[in-house]
Design a protein around this ligand. Structure first.
Ligand SMILES: [Zn+2]
Length: 436
C-alpha cells in the first residue's frame, strides 16, 4: 500500500454503522485511499501532515436515487398526484431545459449535497455529459445512469444508432471504477417503457458489465396500471424479460408484494428507498422491515429535488427507521445503526462502490461532524449513533473529503464559487418557468 500523506485525528471515528473508535485517526495516501484507520495510539508513526481536527469522522453519505439537475424546477407542482405532477408541472419546464441548464442545475445540487456530507449520488437523467462535467467541477462522486424514456427515445432502441448506442458509447468513455465516475443504464420504468425494451436495455447493461437503475412500484396507480395492461405486476414482468440477469437497482418499491420481494431477493437486486419523496407525493410508505427481512439490499435516496425538496439525505436517514417503526408499531423495527448503514455502506454496495465505510483500501470519502454543535451535544458514546441519525443534519457537517480531496473546508466549498452559481441557477429557473 502507498504510504499515508495525511493523517486526520478526531475525537471519534465512525468506521461503519455501529463501530465507533475513540480518539481515532484516519491515514490517507496520495491516491486518496484510506491507508489506515484506528485509535491513533495503534497506528504507525504519523505522516508529516498530521491534522488534529477533533469532532466526529464518518463515511460520506450515499444518495442512491436522484435526478439532481431538477434543482432548477425545485418545488414545482406541489400538491399534485404523481402522474399529473409529472405531465402538468415537471415535464413542461424540463422540456425547455437545455444542456447548459442541466449542467448548472447539477452543479447546484452537487454543491448542496457536498455541503450536507453527501459524497456520492446515483443520477438518472438526460444530459449525461453535462452531469459528468458539473460533478468534475464540484468534486463529488457520481454514478451516472443516463435516463431512457419512451416519450423521448421510444423509436430508437434498436441497433444502428439511437439512445441505447449513445448510452453504450457514453459508458465506454466515462465508466472509471478507480476514479470518481461510474456508469449504469437507466430505463425509466415499466409504465413508461415496454418490458421488452427494458429487457433489451438490461442486456446492454450486461454487455457493459454494469447495472440497471429503474423506477419500480412507486404508486398504487402505476401498480394497478401495469397489472391491467400486462396481467401481472411489474417485478414479474421484468423477471420474464431477463432484467434480473444483471444487477438491478430499483427505486421506490412502495407497492411490492411478498412474492415480488422474493424475486428481488433471489436476484440479488437492491432497492433505493426514498421515504421523503414517497411522503411528499403521497405515494405510500415502503415496508423497509419486510424488505430487509427478505434479504434485499437497501440504500437511501432523495429522488429529484422537485419531490423532496432537498438533496441532503439527512431527513431520509431519520425518517426511514421512524416510518418502519410506525408501520409495524414497534420502536425496535429498524435501529439507528441499520439506518446509518443504509445511508452509507449498504447504499454504496447497492451501487457497486467500495465507499461507505472507513477501512484500509477504501476511497477516502469522509465527513466531519461538529460534535460540539448544540444539536449533537452531549453525544455520549453510548448514544452517539442514535444522536447522529435522529439529531444530525446538514448544519453539523463542517468538512468533507472525496477520494482524499478536501472539497468542503469549514462549511465552505473549496471547488466552486457558490454565489455566481446560485445567481445563474435563479436566472435559468425563471426562464424555464416563463417558457413552459
Ligand atoms: Zn425517481
Amino acid at each position: 500500500m502507498t504510504p499515508a500523506s495525511v493523517r486526520l485525528v478526531a475525537d471519534r471515528v465512525v468506521t461503519v454503522a455501529n463501530d465507533v473508535i475513540i480518539d481515532g485517526a484516519v491515514d490517507i495516501d496520495e491516491q486518496g485511499l484510506i491507508a489506515d484507520v484506528g485509535p491513533e495510539t495503534a497506528l504507525g508513526p504519523p505522516p508529516p501532515d498530521r491534522r488534529v481536527i477533533g469532532g466526529v469522522l464518518m463515511p460520506g453519505l450515499v444518495n442512491t436515487h436522484a435526478h439532481t439537475p431538477m434543482t432548477l424546477v425545485r418545488s414545482v407542482g406541489d400538491g399534485l398526484p404523481l402522474q399529473q405532477w409529472l405531465t402538468d408541472a415537471v415535464w413542461p419546464r424540463e422540456g425547455v431545459m437545455n444542456p447548459d441548464d442541466a449542467r448548472v442545475g447539477m452543479m447546484l445540487g452537487s454543491a448542496e449535497m457536498l455541503l450536507a456530507g453527501v459524497t456520492t449520488s446515483c443520477e438518472m437523467y438526460l444530459f449525461e455529459e453535462q452531469v459528468v462535467e458539473a460533478v468534475a467541477h464540484t468534486g463529488g462522486r457520481l454514478v451516472m445512469t443516463p435516463g431512457i424514456i419512451a416519450a423521448l427515445h421510444g423509436d430508437s432502441f434498436g441497433t444502428g444508432g439511437g439512445r441505447a448506442d449513445a448510452v453504450a458509447e457514453f459508458a465506454r468513455r466515462h465508466h472509471d471504477p478507480a476514479g470518481l465516475v461510474t456508469v449504469g443504464v437507466g430505463p425509466h420504468s415499466t409504465y413508461d417503457l415496454t418490458p421488452a425494451q427494458i429487457g433489451d436495455l438490461a442486456a446492454l447493461a450486461g454487455d457493459l458489465g454494469t447495472f440497471v437503475h429503474v423506477h419500480l412500484e412507486e404508486t398504487s396507480v402505476e401498480h394497478q396500471r401495469v397489472i391491467d395492461q400486462h396481467g401481472k405486476p411489474a417485478t414479474e414482468l421484468l423477471a420474464d424479460h431477463g432484467v434480473f440477469d444483471v444487477p438491478v437497482l430499483a427505486a421506490h418499491g412502495v407497492w411490492l408484494s411478498d412474492s415480488d420481494r422474493a424475486i428481488l431477493s433471489a436476484a440479488g437486486a437492491a432497492i433505493a428507498h426514498n421515504p421523503v419523496s414517497n411522503l411528499k407525493l403521497g405515494s405510500g410508505i415502503m415496508d423497509l422491515r419486510a424488505t430487509l427481512d427478505a434479504g434485499i439490499r437497501v440504500g437511501l435516496g432523495t429522488d429529484g429535488p422537485a419531490s423532496n425538496d432537498n438533496l441532503s439525505l439527512w431527513q431520509e436517514l431519520a425518517l426511514a427507521p421512524m416510518l418502519a417503526r410506525a408501520k409495524h408499531h414497534d420502536a425496535g423495527a429498524v435501529d439507528a445503526a441499520t439506518a446509518l448503514e443504509l445511508a452509507t455502506s449498504s447504499g454504496a454496495a447497492a451501487l457497486g462502490l467500495p465507499v461507505g465505510r472507513l477501512e484500509p483500501g477504501a476511497p477516502a470519502d469522509i465527513v466531519r461532524l461538529d460534535s460540539d454543535h448544540p444539536t449533537l451535544a452531549p453525544g455520549l458514546d453510548e448514544e452517539l449513533i442514535t444522536t447522529i441519525v435522529f439529531s444530525g443534519g446538514p448544519h453539523v457537517v463542517t468538512d468533507v473529503w472525496v477520494q482524499g480531496r478536501h472539497v468542503v473546508d469549514d462549511r465552505t466549498l473549496t471547488t466552486v464559487d457558490l454565489e455566481p452559481l446560485v445567481a445563474d441557477a435563479k436566472i435559468r429557473a425563471q426562464r424555464l418557468a416563463d417558457d413552459s
